[in-house]
Design a protein around this ligand. Structure first.
Ligand code: HPA
Length: 285
């Protein structure tokens, strides 16, 4: 993010303070300017734990000036910096959501912080319900496109001038990063498909899932799209990955719950963090 983008309002001021805070932490830890950012969704924070175990440093969001706090279980609110092989990486373990009643500036704070640090490659992850009948809980889906049905406001609309510009969404999910991710070995089953962002906070009705099936969604979740739109508008290349944590509403007899989502995410934490690690290794500046 250039200073041109950072002088527009209070939110921009607090992002500058957060950027300064993280830059100081990076320099104290002897870490180079980061080149890759990772946002970790519900129950998927294991990759950040691995970064800490590899000698990384962390800061709770509460200690970072202006950083909004997530309130959902499984979203820790910890920023972790460290090295993945020879790359300096910043991971955000936990995010705030639309359904928490947050304004767009809060939802986008993390991605703006990463852009302010000079990061130009972003991996954004989420937990999602599988709609495609070929998908099972524990599978991964690399996002190739997205749908925004039933959202009551427009992801990407924000108080920053550049995000008001109309963008062509075709190139949103970077082809090069997608291809590399799909070729990165994992024991997990890995698919490619369309992510539908729904407003939440409750899970979809079976009727909504039938609608999403008809309009071409492969997986459904409640996040990621606003962050990806903003990241691209700030000059980043974006890779999106869904961890399929459950079959979407009505596709099985099971009642959906957040604990099922976090239990599936936790069951694949080892191979998932290994795969994230290897994907990040391939995200050269
Ligand atoms: N729907 C919406 N969001 C989700 C789901 C789901 O089935 N699973 C995990 N996040």
């Amino acid at each position: 993010m250039s200073t041109r983008d950072l002088h527009l309002n209070d939110s921009a001021d607090s992002i500058s303070s957060a950027v300064e805070f993280v830059n100081q932490a990076l320099s104290r830890a002897g870490l180079a300017k980061p080149s890759v950012g990772v946002i970790l969704g519900s129950g998927l924070g294991c990759a950040a734990d691995r970064l800490i175990n590899a000698g990384g440093i962390s800061a709770d969001y509460v200690d970072i000036p202006g950083m909004p706090q997530p309130h959902v279980t499984g979203h820790h609110g910890t920023l972790v910096c460290g090295r993945v092989k020879d790359q300096s990486v910043v991971m955000l373990k936990g995010r705030v959501h639309w359904y928490e009643g947050r304004v767009l500036d809060d939802i986008l704070f993390g991605v703006r912080l990463l852009a302010g640090l000079g990061i130009r490659k972003l991996l954004v992850t989420n937990a999602a319900g599988g709609i495609n009948p070929k998908f099972s809980p524990g599978d991964l889906m690399v996002i190739s496109s997205h749908l925004r049905p039933l959202l009551y406001t427009v992801p990407g609309r924000s108080s920053f001038a550049n995000a008001f510009e109309m963008q062509d969404s075709r190139g949103l999910w970077c082809n090069v990063l997608r291809t590399a991710a799909l070729q990165t070995k994992t024991p997990l089953r890995i698919h490619e498909g369309t992510y539908a962002m729904m407003p939440g906070p409750c899970y979809e009705t079976p009727a909504e899932i039938r609608m999403l099936q008809k309009i071409g969604a492969d997986a459904v979740g409640m996040s990621t799209v606003p962050e990806a739109v903003e990241a691209v508008s700030l000059g980043m290349s974006v890779l999106g990955v869904s961890c399929i944590t459950n079959c979407a509403a009505g596709l099985t007899d099971q009642t959906l719950s957040h604990s099922e989502v976090t239990a599936t995410a936790s069951a694949i934490s080892e191979p998932f963090s290994e795969w994230i690690w290897n994907v990040v290794c391939g995200m050269k500046p």
